[in-house]
Design a binder for this molecule. Structure first.
Ligand code: SF4
Ligand code: SF4
Length: 242
């Protein structure tokens, strides 16, 4: 059972518990995640098959690891999720997401500069949001481009991570977003290959924890450096299976 290897990392159980708590208040999230995970599962199995690893992993384990991968809201996931190369610029998020949250800081910067943000901004839950969304007024449907791309709010830069303010964020799985699907596919593959390595070599987990601690501990690292380091570890771990 690969799950034994997965649960050897203590923080993993706290992530499952966190998810239980979250879905108590947002029951619709459970069915959203269920549909999303079916899409992810097809692709993960295809990658494992191509890499001849599919027979090494029980179906039940794949399901649980994919579930873990789509509910992991740790900072590591936030950093690991910042892979712009996963986005195919389809514009689905600009046409369908609501609300488009504007932080107080962003609101002030829009107010006090000549940045061309024409959309109406209204107060919303302690911050602000664009009054019109679905689609956003700044979305140009014909070219699928944003007409304020360089000034777009953080929530747009971070999607599919939803950032509500500087300290609160959440990964929202969405089957229509290639970025979200790809993020969880790659995370699941990394988790599966990591578990297989832990199974083969009991020292692997200790070495991995040391490596992560050594590579990504420094608070003063800027986000870009942390993203690069994290992505390198993830790439090295999964051995670029796809
Ligand atoms: S501001 Fe730009 S990136 Fe954000 S939702 Fe609107 S069109 Fe999309
Ligand atoms: S973030 Fe997702 S939904 Fe938005 S453009 Fe990229 S792939 Fe499409």
């Amino acid at each position: 059972m690969l799950l034994e290897e997965l649960h050897k990392r203590e923080y993993i159980d706290s992530i499952f518990n966190q998810y239980e708590e979250l879905t108590k208040n947002q029951p619709e999230l459970t069915s959203e995640i269920f549909i999303f995970e079916r899409t992810v599962s097809k692709r993960v199995k295809k990658i494992l098959k191509k890499s001849r690893l599919l027979n090494d992993v029980e179906r039940k384990d794949i399901k649980e690891i994919i579930h873990f991968s789509s509910i992991a809201f740790t900072e590591g996931s936030l950093v690991a999720a910042l892979r712009l190369d996963y986005c195919n610029r389809c514009g689905w998020c600009c046409e369908n997401c609501s609300p488009i949250y504007i932080t107080k800081k962003e609101y002030e910067s829009y107010e006090n500069s000549d940045k061309i943000v024409t959309a109406e901004i209204v107060p919303f839950e302690g911050g602000y949001k664009f009054e019109e969304d679905r689609p956003c007024e700044h979305f140009i449907r014909k070219t699928k481009k944003c007409d304020i791309y360089n000034e777009r709010p953080t929530v747009c830069r971070a999607f599919p991570i939803l950032i509500k303010d500087e300290n609160e964020y959440q990964f929202r799985p969405n089957q229509f977003c290639k970025y979200a699907v790809e993020f969880v596919v790659q995370k699941a593959i990394t988790e599966i290959t990591t578990c297989l390595k832990i199974r083969e070599d009991p020292d692997f987990l200790k070495n991995l924890e040391n490596l992560i601690e050594k590579q990504i501990p420094v608070k003063e690292d800027n986000l870009e450096d942390r993203v690069k380091k994290w992505n390198k570890i993830a790439d090295d771990l999964d051995g670029k299976l796809d």
